[in-house]
Design a binder for this molecule. Sequence first.
Ligand code: ZN
Length: 134
Amino acid sequence: MIKKIDHIGIAVTNLDEAVETYKKLGMELVGIEEVDDQKVRTAFFRVGESYFELLEATDPRSAIARYIDKNSGRGGIQHIAMQVDDVDAEIVRLKNEGFLLIDEQARDGAHGNRIAFLHPKSTHGTLLEVCAKK
Ligand code: ZN
């Protein structure tokens, strides 16, 4: 079952500058972390019970770099993550419902999460992530 919006993933071209901007907006920086697996550096900001996840590509092959290329060199909302209790169970459920998954197996995301992405082809164009605390 989907419990809540866990975080909104926002692609940025310069993480350090974006972090300063989001601090000025009045959000609490929870932490900065590099996720080698996804070739990104991320910063999490708490917004009540949810987070903003700012993502900067550390490699041109990363999904964030491709998003920015497609978006005329600009950042923007790249994905929305929904919290679930059990990512593995959710992968099975969503596959049975006919969704295409980018991740057939859950993997480690930033911020102590297990994650899996759904393909935008099966969600009317939006990249959705399911995540659960490890
Ligand atoms: Zn995410």
